[in-house]
Design a protein around this ligand. Structure first.
Ligand code: AYL
Length: 536
């Protein structure tokens, strides 16, 4: 067992709203909190807080409060930020939904989370309406933030909520147990599950990463990572606002817009996932922009190739950092400090590591075959084993799924990540492989179980298994192994097309191999390791 080398931080007993906004300095109230690159709107901290309170008041007037779940389906915008904190401020729980989801995916999440209201934007209205109909959410409870308004369409918009002028409600809940958000994650196996994160979990993670990330009020933070995913939610919507920084909010990633935004807004701090690092290291366009304002880039959500990270640091003259986390950990459990570790440890951590355990956490590395803890190394690297994490950022469990919860969090409170790690004698953790079945495509979760269930509905497929393989660019992509029904002539293209028609674009199967039989254990579990051959 080894603990974070950083001093423990204080985690106040506060709601997310109180932790973020009750003690804003007078001087910060007129500071710009959010800039929308689409449309150019500026929102100050004062306006943000007023709108969050008014949104909470309007939701409360509609009967939403403690015990209710509200779906939030939208790309990044200042409207998203207001709606998100408005939901939490009302006492309700937000279930954030991937903006790329199909109507079917949206309805599934709303049903599982038991949501009674859905907040979206006009660009996603067709799928939002279809999902709302499926789950029985009424027109008045389908809010279209940038829509034409309740008078025109029957769906309230953001202005309708603000115009209601209802005061923010007095809400009474215990931050230690009350659920703030329900993001969805497939965890180590199976279908996506609601990850129960309390106000305390989110407040804790803000407090834990604050001394490491060291964001400042004069930072201009690039907010292109989606707010609906836990990475953007905690690091941008929560931690960056807590630092009173300015978020420059982009609705989607496009390389030209991304580079132009860094140049024109003088961005100082960027949060990315590894595919963006590939572009920053290699794309010729990068040389045409002035990147000199950048001081730090942090990569997380999937493994960062160290060489690539070094190339980005050299090309842009910035500090590149890596962090590691999971939705189930609110999410950041490991990170490098903003100076790489220079001040605290005398040298920066190598980019092949994801840094040190964040404050208030302890780790174990455990041999998955024997269940025995692996010794902390006296020199060099430890043996590899499954990474276990304990701390105030560990979720309370999976919604309505006791079995998955007890399989993931043990009786000592350690969360079993399903990732294979090593630790070195300086306490730095290296993620070396993934034990669990999860596939990550561009940092997004692709649960194989979902694709396998879908493929089995094809009449010419008798059995299948989906795994992650590495493509020529070093990126992880989903690959399906398919057993064809005898006498049929199903092609790989047909398999790819069949899936593509029915899933969000990032969940597409991108490679297919036909085989005679899917390797399985005696109990019928797919032996995914046996499918991972060098030629796969
Ligand atoms: P989820 N290296 C390797 N694998 C990683 C890394 C990393 N740096 N970060 C995340 N993963 C994988 O719930 C790993 O398999 O959360 C992990 O179990 O979508 C899984 O992604 C969790 O996927 C940060 C750093 C946020 C990371 C995050 C991660 C949120 C992704 C902020 O600073």
């Amino acid at each position: 067992m080894f603990a974070s080398p950083f001093p423990d931080v204080d985690i106040p007993e506060a709601s997310v709203f109180d932790f973020l906004f009750t003690d804003v300095d007078q001087a910060d109230l007129d500071h710009v909190a959010l800039i929308d690159t689409a449309g150019g709107a500026h929102t100050t901290y004062r306006e943000l807080i007023e709108r969050v309170n008014a949104t909470a008041g309007a939701l409360a007037a509609r009967g939403i409060g403690v015990g209710d779940v509200v779906g939030l389906l939208a790309p990044n915008s200042s409207l998203f930020a207001v709606a998100f904190h408005g939901i939490l401020r009302s006492g309700a729980t937000a279930t954030t939904i991937n903006a790329l989801f199909t109507a079917h995916d949206i309805a599934k999440q709303l049903t599982d989370a038991n949501a009674t209201m859905l907040i979206t934007v006009s660009a996603l209205l067709p799928q939002a309406q279809e999902a709302a109909r499926t789950v029985g959410i009424t027109a008045e409870n389908l809010i279209v933030l940038d829509g034409d308004g309740v008078a025109a369409t029957g769906h309230p918009n953001a202005d309708d909520l603000l115009a209601q002028g209802a005061p923010a409600p007095q809400v009474d809940f215990d931050p230690a147990t009350h659920l703030a958000v329900l993001p969805y994650s497939s965890g180590t196996t199976g279908n996506p599950k609601g990850v129960m994160l309390t106000h305390r979990n989110l407040v804790a993670n803000m407090a834990q990463i604050r001394p490491l990330l060291a964001m400042r009020s004069d930072d201009k933070i690039l907010a292109v990572l989606p707010f609906f995913h836990i990475y953007g939610m905690t690091v941008l919507l929560n931690a960056a606002l807590q630092a009173r920084a300015t978020l420059v909010v982009m609705p989607r990633f496009d390389l030209t817009d991304f580079l132009g935004t860094i140049q024109n807004h003088r961005i100082t701090y960027g949060f990315i996932a590894p595919p963006v690092a590939v572009a920053l290291a290699k794309h010729p366009l990068v040389d045409q922009y002035d990147m000199s304002s950048l001081r730090v880039i942090l990569s997380g959500a999937a493994p960062l190739d160290a060489e690539l990270g070094i190339a980005v640091a050299k090309r842009l003259t910035v500090r590149v950092l890596q962090g590691f986390g999971m939705s189930e950990l609110s999410p950041v459990s490991h990170c490098m400090p903003a100076d790489g570790g220079q001040e605290h440890f005398g040298e920066a951590a190598p980019l092949s590591s994801c840094g040190w355990p964040v404050p208030n956490t302890t780790n174990k590395i455990v041999d998955p075959a024997t269940g025995k803890e692996i010794a902390y190394p006296t020199q060099g690297l430890s043996e590899p084993g499954e990474l276990w994490v304990k701390g105030p950022n560990v979720m309370t469990g999976y919604l309505g799924n006791e079995e998955a919860t007890t399989a993931t969090i043990d009786s000592d409170g350690f969360l079993h990540t399903g990732d294979l790690a090593q630790v070195d004698d300086a306490g730095r953790v290296f993620i070396v492989d993934r034990l669990k079945e999860l596939i990550k495509y561009k940092g997004y979760q692709v649960p194989p179980a979902e694709l396998e269930a879908l493929l089995l509905t094809h009449p010419a497929v008798t059995d299948t298994a989906v795994i992650g393989v590495t493509d020529d660019d070093g990126e992880e992509i989903p690959k399906a192994f398919v057993v064809r029904r005898p006498g049929t002539d199903l092609t790989a293209d047909e398999v790819i097309e069949f899936v593509a028609r029915q899933v969000a674009p990032y969940k597409k199967v991108r490679r297919v191999e036909f085989i005679d039989v899917i390797p399985k254990s005696a109990s019928g579990k797919i032996l995914r390791k046996d499918l991972r051959s060098p030629t796969a």
